[in-house]
Design a protein around this ligand. Structure first.
Ligand code: TXA
Ligand code: MG
Length: 342
């Protein structure tokens, strides 16, 4: 069913218009509607976390399987309504990394409906860094359940334009601002287990988590078959462009040779990460560093589909720091397909 979608580009507004937009968005949420909004990771599609009917609308709009739980987004530390038995270490994580790209899995309260958590007794909570996201959450009553604002199976949207393309006619309002700074979904850490478990790598890196938590558990090898049962959503095919993606692996020298000096197939899109690469070709995209690659990879996948590329050869990178999250997403997009350079 088509619905009329209000669109609000915050970049075009003065303070007064901004405030009235936030009020309008807040009222839509309080009346059981759904609103897409920017965050530093990716754009989200939000509903009142306590309103079952509204939360159901999100699953319908995205075509999302109902056994894939949503993250509750908050704007302040009033957490008693949504979670209980918060371990001391979880508070330390919040103090250090909130607002920011970290989702913490905690025990849910009875008030949080099972539609929101997909029948789990735990709930993911995150305080986004983007100011307008927090203003929107506050205007909406404080608890926004939101997955990424893409149609299920597509890469997460990291721009207002992409959000409109996926959700125009499917939600009540789309709030736009800048492109998402991080470009990859938040890190998810499960704090309900004895040893914390990393369920999804992101911009809050394993190294950063280790500083607060000491040892954590996580998988280094990620493939679509090799999933952690506790993150139910992870079993679904994610982040996939229509083009067939191959991850090219090798040392710096062989990667450089492959992306800079090898004859290119004009039907293939090449994506390379190197600050020193000066080669220019219409089908070669160069990112300076892992931060830039992460912030632009999802939009690049969508662009490749628009251009009709059937194949993408993408440079692998070290799994240190943000590299772990980047490789996690692109390996999923590639369905685990790699080319190992000798
Ligand atoms: O950066 C982000 O996290 C973005 C923005 C909008 O905040 N949101 C996002 O939501 O990526 P989504 O729904 O696309 O991904 C949420 C992931 C899913 O894989 C889901 O399985 C997991 O979080 N998750 C949510 N609640 C969980 C829980 N209680 N236990 C385990 N995993 C959970
Ligand atoms: Mg998602």
């Amino acid at each position: 069913m088509e619905i009329r979608t209000l669109k609000a580009d915050l970049n075009l507004m003065d303070e007064k218009e901004y405030e009235s937009t936030m009020r309008k968005a807040g009222n839509i949420i309080k009346n059981g509607g759904i609103v897409a909004f920017p965050t530093e990771t990716v754009y989200g599609l939000g509903a009142d976390a306590f309103n079952e009917e509204a939360v159901k609308k999100i699953f319908i709009a995205k075509g999302r399987p109902s056994d894939n739980p949503l993250i509750i987004h908050v704007a302040d530390m009033d957490l008693e309504k949504v979670c209980k038995n918060i371990p001391q270490k979880a508070y330390e994580l919040m103090k250090r990394f909130w607002p920011g790209p970290l989702t913490i899995i905690l025990e849910k309260t009875a008030e949080v409906p099972y539609v929101t958590t997909a029948s789990l007794d735990t709930v993911g909570i995150r305080m986004p860094e983007t100011q307008c996201a927090r203003d929107f959450i506050k205007a909406s009553g404080g608890y926004i359940a939101a997955p990424s604002a893409n149609i299920s199976g597509r890469p997460s949207p990291t721009s207002y334009e992409t959000c409109i393309r996926d959700l125009d006619g499917k939600c009540d309002m789309i709030i736009g601002k800048d492109n998402s700074r991080v470009g990859l979904e938040s890190t998810i850490i499960d704090m309900t287990t004895e040893v914390p478990v990393l369920l999804r790598p992101g911009a809050i890196t394993v190294e950063m988590l280790n500083e607060v938590l000491g040892e954590i558990r996580y998988r280094t090898k990620v493939s679509s078959q090799d999933e952690i049962p506790k993150a139910p959503g992870m079993k679904y095919r994610h982040y996939s462009p229509d083009a067939d993606v191959t991850i090219v692996k090798g040392d710096r020298k062989s990667l450089r040779k492959f992306f800079e000096n090898t004859e290119k197939d004009k039907d293939v899109l090449y994506i390379y990460i190197d600050p020193d690469c000066i080669r220019k070709e219409s089908n070669l995209i160069i990112f300076r560093d892992i931060e830039e690659a992460s912030s632009r990879i999802f939009e690049t996948f969508r662009w490749a589909d628009d251009k009709g590329y059937k194949k993408i050869m993408l440079s692998g990178t070290s799994e240190k720091g943000l590299g772990l999250a980047f490789m996690n997403r692109v390996m999923k997009a590639a369905g685990g397909k790699e080319l190992e350079l000798k």
